[in-house]
Design a protein. Structure first.
Length: 526
C-alpha cells in the first residue's frame, strides 16, 4: 500500500507550487516527472556550453509578482529557500530602425516623459491608462491566485458598477481596437501592442483587450522581474521547499494513466507499469486535448468539449546563443538596462499587422517579429566574466502552410540563420566570430519538451480569449480544477485559470483542494 497522501503528475512550476502547499499542510506528497529535471517551463540549464545558463522557456516573471506566495512569502521561498528576484528599473524598451528608442521605466513619470518625446497627447493617455490599471489591479489580481468565481456571478458582479463594466468592455475587445483608438503615434502603438501580444495573442483577436489594462499596472506597480541566476531559481526554491517538508520528486518517471476506480482517482501508473497510489488526491498537469489519453471512461461530452478547447493562434521560435562577449547595441548602453526588448524594422503600424496576418494564415513572416536580449547585462552570473547569452524570441505559427508542424524540422536551421541576420541593424556583434554555440527551439520542439502541457506549441496552454477565461478556462467543465466524473483528481497547468506564464497558479489548485479536504489554509500559512 502506498504511503503517499497525494501523487502529482508533472513537476512544472504550477505542480510544484500546489505540492508545496499540500506538503506544508502535512501531506505526504510525491511528484512524478518524465524529464530528468524539474521545472517544466521554468528551467535554467547549460544547454550549449558549460558556464552559459539559459532559460529554456520562461525568462521574465511578471504575473507572479502579485501572488501572495511572493508578496507574503507564504512558502518561505524568499526567506528560507533561496529565491531572490531582481527588479530592474527598466522593464521594457522598443528599438526602431531609424535609431529611435522608446523606453518604459518602472517610474511612471519618466515613462510618460519618454512617450512625450514621441507624442505629448499619448503621454497623457498613457498616464491615464497606467493609473487606471493600478487602481484596478487589486481587484484583478485578488482573483488571479485563487479558484475563480463561477462565470455567471462574476459577470453579474462586474456589470453592477461603471468600473466593472469598463473591464467587461475591454475583455470583449481586441488590444488593437483599444490601443489604436486611444493613442496617436504609431511608434507608441507598436510599443504597446507588441507588449500585450507577449501573451500569445494576435493584436486584433477579440476577447483579449484586458492586456492593455493589466500590463501597465503590473509594470508600474511591481515592475518585471527575473530570479537571480535564471528563471529556474524559482523551481530550485520550490524543490528545496518541497523536500524540506518531506515531499519527494521522482525524475525520469513518465505517467501512462490516472488510475480510476469506481469514479475516483486512486493513483498514477507509469509507462513502466509501476503504480503509485494516493490516499487523498491526485494532481495532473494534463492538457484538455490529451485528457482522454490519461483517463479511461470519461463522459463523451466531457471528452469532446475538452478537445474543442482553442489553442493560441501563434507560438514562439526561440534561439539560445553563447557569446564570447556581451551583446553590443547600436543604440547605446541605456537599452541594456531593459529586461524586455522589442525590435522594429519599421515605424508604422501596418507592417506589423501584416506580419501577424501571416501567422494567422500559417505562414512564416519573412520580416521577423523580433524580441529577446542578453540577460548577462543585468545578471553577470549567467555566463563567464565578460561573456554573454543572447536569447532570441520570434512569433511564428505552429503549423506551416498546411504542411503540419513537422515542417519545422526541415526549415529550423534556415529560419534561425535568417532571424539572426535581421538583428544586425540593432546589435553589432552577433556574427560568427562572437558566437561560440547555439541551439534552436521551434514550436514543435516546445511541444516535444512538454507534450502534456505545451500542446500545439502553445506555452500558455490555450488561447486567452474571453470565452476561455476565469471560471471558463479552459472550459466550463474543467474551470474549477476538477474533472467531471472523476472524484479526487485535480488539474494544474497553464491552461487553467488564471492563464499561461509564470503566475504560481498552483496556489489556486491547492486552495481548491484544501477546501475539499477540510484543511484550514490560513492556519497552514500562518
Amino acid at each position: 500500500m502506498s504511503n503517499y497522501d497525494v501523487v502529482v503528475m508533472g513537476a512544472g512550476h504550477n505542480g510544484l507550487v500546489a505540492a508545496c502547499y499540500l506538503a506544508r499542510a502535512g501531506k505526504k506528497v510525491l511528484i512524478l516527472e518524465r524529464q530528468e529535471w524539474p521545472g517544466g517551463g521554468v528551467v535554467t540549464r547549460e544547454i550549449n556550453t558549460p558556464g552559459y545558463r539559459h532559460d529554456l522557456h520562461s525568462s521574465v516573471h511578471i504575473m507572479i509578482q502579485g501572488n501572495p506566495m511572493i508578496t507574503e512569502d507564504e512558502l518561505d521561498l524568499i526567506g528560507k529557500y533561496g529565491l531572490e528576484y531582481r527588479y530592474p528599473d527598466v522593464p521594457y524598451a522598443s528599438l526602431f530602425l531609424d535609431g529611435e528608442v522608446l523606453i518604459t521605466p518602472k517610474d511612471l513619470d519618466q515613462a510618460c516623459a519618454n512617450i512625450a518625446e514621441f507624442n505629448k497627447n499619448d503621454a497623457v493617455t498613457y498616464r491615464r491608462f497606467a493609473e487606471r490599471a493600478m487602481r484596478m489591479l487589486p481587484m484583478i489580481m485578488s482573483g488571479s491566485y485563487a479558484p475563480p468565481l463561477p462565470w455567471g456571478p462574476f459577470m453579474a458582479m462586474m456589470d453592477m458598477e461603471a468600473e466593472g463594466r469598463e473591464v467587461l468592455d475591454a475583455m470583449n475587445r481586441s488590444s488593437l481596437d483599444i490601443i489604436d483608438n486611444a493613442f496617436e503615434d504609431d511608434r507608441v502603438k507598436l510599443h504597446l501592442i507588441k507588449l500585450v501580444t507577449e501573451n500569445l495573442q494576435l493584436p486584433d483577436e477579440l476577447g483579449t483587450g484586458m492586456g492593455i489594462f493589466i500590463m501597465p499596472g503590473i509594470i508600474h506597480r511591481y515592475g518585471v522581474s527575473q530570479p537571480v541566476g535564471g528563471s529556474g531559481g524559482l523551481t530550485d526554491a520550490l524543490v528545496r521547499c518541497l523536500e524540506d517538508q518531506g515531499g519527494e520528486i521522482r525524475l525520469g518517471a513518465e505517467v501512462d494513466k490516472v488510475i480510476v476506480d469506481s469514479g475516483e482517482a486512486k493513483g498514477l501508473r507509469l509507462t513502466t507499469g509501476e503504480t503509485f497510489m494516493a490516499k487523498d488526491a491526485v494532481i495532473g498537469a494534463i492538457h484538455p486535448h490529451v485528457l482522454s489519453k490519461f483517463i479511461d471512461g470519461l463522459d463523451e461530452g466531457v471528452k469532446t468539449r475538452a478537445k474543442n478547447v482553442t489553442l493560441s493562434t501563434q507560438s514562439l521560435f526561440v534561439s539560445h546563443y553563447d557569446l564570447r562577449e556581451q551583446t553590443k547595441y547600436r543604440y547605446g548602453e541605456d537599452v541594456t538596462a531593459a529586461v524586455m526588448l522589442e525590435y522594429f524594422p519599421y515605424n508604422t503600424l501596418e507592417p506589423m499587422l501584416n506580419d501577424f496576418d501571416d501567422i494567422r494564415r500559417k505562414r512564416i513572416p519573412a520580416r521577423r517579429l523580433l524580441g529577446g536580449g542578453d540577460e548577462t547585462h543585468g545578471d553577470p552570473s549567467r555566463a563567464p566574466a565578460g561573456a554573454g547569452i543572447f536569447h532570441s524570441i520570434t512569433m511564428v505559427p505552429y503549423n506551416i502552410d498546411g504542411k503540419g508542424p513537422e515542417k519545422w524540422d526541415e526549415v529550423k536551421e534556415d529560419y534561425a540563420a535568417e532571424t539572426l541576420r535581421q538583428y544586425d541593424p540593432f546589435i553589432s556583434n552577433l556574427g560568427a566570430d562572437n558566437i561560440i554555440a547555439a541551439s534552436h527551439w521551434s514550436p514543435l520542439d516546445m511541444e516535444r519538451s512538454s507534450p502534456n502541457s505545451f500542446v500545439g506549441g502553445d506555452m500558455h496552454g490555450c488561447a486567452p480569449f474571453l470565452y476561455q477565461s476565469m471560471g471558463h478556462r479552459p472550459n466550463p467543465d474543467l474551470g474549477q480544477y476538477t474533472v467531471p466524473g472523476v472524484e479526487g483528481l485535480y488539474l494544474v497547468g497553464p491552461f487553467q485559470h488564471p492563464g499561461g506564464g509564470v503566475f504560481g497558479a498552483g496556489r489556486a489548485t491547492a486552495l481548491r483542494m484544501f477546501d475539499d479536504l477540510g484543511i484550514d489554509f490560513e492556519q497552514v500559512i500562518a
